[in-house]
Design a protein around this ligand. Structure first.
Ligand code: SF4
Ligand code: SF4
Length: 377
């Protein structure tokens, strides 16, 4: 079978943050020290070589970029300063753009101006919508659900969740087709997919492979960010009527609103701590994964931080009964949170939370299927 070579691949990958891969002289040190590399799926040297040789199809079909958690061990030990960890990161950005059929992810990753304009436009639309359609402004007490009725926000939430999930799922299907091949994806009997589903879900929730890296702090931070984000997303989509309220503890729903308050504080503080840690690390360039930040890394973390911070301010405004401040900060909160959701979930940094566990799950399904086939032969 002939192998297609793309002479512009290195140039193309540079748009996605690739920097020093050309310095690599293939000593193999990085693959030897990577705690997640295996004989069946050795990386990152192999991927660096694919990039240097312009083997685009090999990169598209490779699961390895998604097996890397960017702990940075390989970059720290590379004798040439070729930063193989960052090469793997650049490949994940590149692959995210390849999976996205809308072409939006590519624009987002390759143009910082486009990224800033897209976020600003969505934020302005939200602000404008509130200026025109907000409810009555009651100033003698907090009446957030009169200003912005939670049943309307809940319907809009659901519309947004369905649209985002559809785009993300269609992109995830393209990811599966690239990595697995169309034929194999539909040839494997459904029982293998069901058999591996439980481990797939656990891996999605705790990303236990990440804990095998030497720098466990990165895993803890990731776990905090992930659990905080998923708790908040779930509360916003399925429990907004209890989350957005006019009292700290709603007398009509005391137990539910108390639980919402506790989980809400956990989620916002977890996200704030983890995003502050990552932002500070990137600012100080404190370790290998933080040395070469892409514009999208900054944008994601800043939006996350601001979403949590303004969310806390809304809660405090209700607590201290400051109605006008509450309404203004609520609008600002949505002007930050909605661009983050509609742009980051299907098209940018967030999407790796879907692609990485999906590829790990598909690999487990494939391995089980192959093993059974070999036994039967
Ligand atoms: S990236 Fe660095 S450590 Fe890895 S093979 Fe190349 S030179 Fe060696
Ligand atoms: S960053 Fe860590 S997980 Fe990724 S290839 Fe390097 S050593 Fe392996």
């Amino acid at each position: 079978m002939s192998v297609k070579v793309d002479p512009n691949l290195m140039k193309e990958l540079k748009h996605f943050g690739l920097k020093d891969a050309n310095k690599c002289f293939h000593c193999g040190n990085c693959t030897a020290v990577c705690p997640l590399s295996t004989p069946e799926n050795p990386f990152p040297r192999k991927l660096v070589k694919y990039a240097q040789m312009g083997l685009k199809d090999k990169i598209l079909a490779a699961p390895e970029p998604w097996l890397c958690y960017y702990c940075g061990d390989c970059s720290d030990r590379c004798p040439r300063g070729a930063d193989p960890g960052e090469t793997m990161m650049a490949m994940r950005r590149y692959l995210t753009a390849q999976y996205d059929w809308t072409g939006f992810a590519r624009r987002f990753y390759t143009s910082e101006a486009f990224e800033v304009i897209a976020v600003s436009v969505v934020a302005m639309i939200i602000g404008l919508a509130f200026m025109i359609f907000h409810g009555e402004v009651i100033t003698d007490r907090v009446a957030l659900n009169t200003f912005a009725p939670n049943w309307i926000i809940e319907i809009l939430d659901w519309i947004m969740a369905v649209v985002l999930s559809t785009v993300l799922l269609s992109n995830a299907l393209r990811c599966a087709q690239f990595v697995f091949g169309q034929d194999l994806l539909f040839k494997i009997p459904i029982k293998y997919y069901i058999g591996e589903a439980k481990d797939g879900i656990i891996n999605f929730l705790v990303q236990k492979k990440f804990s095998e890296c030497d720098d466990r702090m990165q895993w803890y931070i990731h776990l905090l960010l992930f659990t905080g984000y998923v708790s908040m997303f779930t509360m916003v989509v399925v429990g907004l009527r209890w989350l957005q309220r006019d009292y700290v503890i709603d007398p009509a729903w005391p137990t539910v609103t108390f639980l919402m308050t506790v989980v809400g504080w956990y989620a916002t503080l977890a996200i704030m701590y983890a995003s502050s840690y990552a932002l500070w690390g990137r600012y100080k360039k404190s370790k290998a994964p933080y040395k070469n930040s892409h514009g999208t890394d900054w944008m994601f973390l800043v939006l996350l931080w601001l979403t949590s911070f303004t969310g806390i301010l809304v809660h405090l405004a209700i607590w201290f009964e400051a109605p006008l401040f509450c309404y203004v900060i609520y609008v600002i909160h949505l002007m930050v949170a909605i661009p983050m959701l509609v742009l980051e979930v299907p098209f940018a940094k967030w999407a790796h939370l879907a692609y990485r566990p999906l590829v790990l799950y598909l690999m487990a399904v494939k391995n089980r299927y192959m093993a059974e086939e070999a036994k039967a032969a």
